[in-house]
Design a protein around this ligand. Structure first.
Ligand code: ARG
Length: 573
């Protein structure tokens, strides 16, 4: 373990143990980056309060017991411990990182992590909201995989439910070929809206639609065939979006709502038999403790409607039971819109009462904030229709072409770069803000070559590559030793050592924006380094080698980090 913050945590804990007794050896030393040193430990302040002693005195006691082989310590202010690592230590660790295939990323005991993400609805167009859950979920899946966890992706497609009665009847009305063509082209929304309009205005159509539902649920072969065609065609569209984006979801990850349909009667039986659910006004309901509606009445989670039908909640209960019992999940991440927060709280609570979710399993709703248009409302076209994703992605590529410099690439290469930059911009915009915040979709901002954007990081990475290209050097072949003569060299080395714990934090907290911020800092620190420290033109050979080593390590960290974000880096830019 060579991450500076972790090393210092361990050291301060040892000092806490020997100064105040072993019960303090597991205390969080509260180590933070500092303006006045590399890091500062703030533990003395809180500990002093509990021990009823003067903070500076407590800080001094910690300092006196600290192993100072690689770190110097100074008590400052009201009782902060300023910690500065020895230059030689930083340099050695950085050189070792170059030899470490994982660049410092830990490999903890593997867990089975289920990532439920993307989950568009077959009946409708995939909208920007699904784009964001897809992109954030994909980064979480990649990151857990990289940490050595067994990742099971679950694309919980909306591919079942009573609305399919209506959709199948509409499909028959306009003709199979015409209907399927619309779905394959991503016009699911128009299709859905037309069906809905007829359903609301044409009693005969409404009747037919209702009669179709039991046929679907009962497994009538012709109805099932039409339903399957329907799903297959909209999946074809989703697949195209995933491919364009470079998202790792495949057909094997599809575990849509329809998959759980056969389990629903048994789910309800078990809930009823064990007394977890009860009949209320004809419907089978769970009343998870602590959920109150209007008038302070207990809030029901309806698992079987009074007409015998099942709903979204029933399916999610079946899914959670399956994921824990059959897939043996240790952790389940639901990367889904923040608007579904209450739904998941209630489903988790009900599953806990049922004993399906127990203490050894963590279920988490990774809440995804809405993507807004420039008017501050849900992102739509001017005429109010939701935007076709493939159109949006195409536009990103066209706009990216205008942003990338003209260096005489052949048209094919140029298109490739534009695709990478366009997709990088869209993905990074979703990843770089905290996942639960709303943000305004703005092509100009996300495609900017300066600031915390995907294209800026791609550009910064491509530029380091060009240093090696210009020097005729393979960055893979560069090794240490690293020497830290200039403060900018030291700052860069120290920062690069933090990569592993950032990646671990992304997985632990489900917060990809931490990796974005870190990579942005790395790129900026590299820029300062490059401005004050010539690399290829360094005067001394040993300095040149050391700076090449720092550049190679920076390149590897940026490439690995962007790869975890699912962002490709053009060879040149
Ligand atoms: N299809 C749903 C929607 O578009 C999202 C499903 C999320 N996953 C889940 N297990 N409920 O809102």
């Amino acid at each position: 373990m060579t991450d500076p913050q972790l090393v210092l945590t361990e050291r301060v804990q040892q000092a806490l143990g020997s100064a105040f007794g072993p019960e303090h050896a597991t205390e969080d030393p509260l180590i933070r980056p500092s303006q006045f040193a590399d890091y500062q430990a703030n533990v003395a302040l809180s500990l002093a309060k509990r021990l009823r002693r003067a903070p500076r005195e407590v800080a001094q006691a910690i300092a006196d017991h600290l192993d100072t082989a690689d770190v110097s310590v100074e008590v400052s202010g009201p009782g902060f411990l300023n910690l500065t690592l020895r230059d030689g230590w930083v340099a050695e660790q950085a050189a070792q990182r170059l030899l470490d295939e994982r660049i410092g990323v830990p490999q903890p005991a593997p867990q089975t992590v289920i990532v439920d993400y993307s989950a568009p609805n077959a009946a409708k167009e995939m909208h920007v909201g699904h784009l964001r859950t897809t992109i954030v979920g994909d980064t979480l899946a990649r990151t857990h995989e990289h940490l050595g966890n067994q990742v099971i992706r679950q694309n919980h497609l909306g591919d079942w439910g009573t609305q399919f009665g209506m959709l199948i009847e509409h499909l028959l009305d306009i003709g199979e070929e015409e209907a399927l063509g619309m779905l394959a082209a991503g016009d699911g929304n128009a299709f859905y809206q037309a069906a809905r309009h007829k359903f609301d205005n044409d009693p005969e159509f409404q009747q037919r639609s209702r009669r179709r539902v039991p046929l679907l649920q009962g497994g009538d072969p012709e109805t099932l065939r039409l339903w399957r065609e329907f799903i297959e065609y909209s999946n074809r569209y989703f697949r195209k979006v995933y491919r364009t984006l470079g998202v790792t979801l495949t057909d094997d990850d599809i575990a849509g709502e329809s998959m759980y349909n056969p389990m629903l009667p048994d789910v309800c039986d078990e809930l009823e038999r064990t007394g977890v659910a009860e009949i209320s006004e004809g419907a089978l309901c769970v009343f998870p403790p602590g959920f109150k509606g209007r008038d302070d009445q207990p809030l029901p989670l309806i698992v079987r409607k009074s007409d015998g039908g099942y709903g979204y909640a029933t399916t999610d209960l079946a899914a959670i039971r399956y994921r824990v019992r059959d897939l043996k999940a240790d952790r389940i991440l639901y990367v889904v819109g923040a608007t579904q927060s209450l739904h998941f709280q209630m489903v988790f609570a009900a599953a806990r009462t049922a004993g399906w979710l127990h203490d050894d399993v963590k279920a988490e709703h990774v809440q995804i904030g809405s993507v807004l248009g420039s008017d501050g409302k849900m992102f739509k076209t001017r005429s109010g229709e939701s935007i076709k994703l493939t159109d949006l992605l195409d536009e990103a590529v066209v706009r990216a072409e205008a942003v990338i410099a003209d260096r005489g690439y052949d048209p094919e290469a140029r298109r490739q770069i534009a695709r990478q930059v366009g997709m990088g911009a869209v993905k990074y915009a979703d990843l770089s803000v905290s996942h639960d915040s709303e943000y305004v979709f703005d092509f100009d901002r996300m495609l900017a070559l300066t600031g915390n954007t995907g294209p800026y990081l791609q550009y910064a990475t491509a530029r380091i590559r060009s240093i090696f290209r210009n020097g005729g050097i393979d960055p893979q072949s560069v090794t240490g030793p690293i020497t830290l003569g200039h403060p900018a060299e030291r700052a860069l080395a120290l920062q690069l050592l933090g990569f592993g714990s950032v990646v671990a934090a992304v997985a632990q907290l489900s917060e990809p924006h931490r990796l974005c911020n870190y990579l942005f800092d790395v790129a900026q620190t590299f820029t300062s380094f490059y401005e004050s420290c010539p690399v290829l033109k360094a005067e001394e050979e040993s300095v040149r080698q050391s700076r090449l080593a720092l550049s190679a390590l920076t390149l590897r960290v940026l490439l690995r980090g962007l790869d975890l974000l699912g962002i490709e880096v053009p060879e040149r830019m």
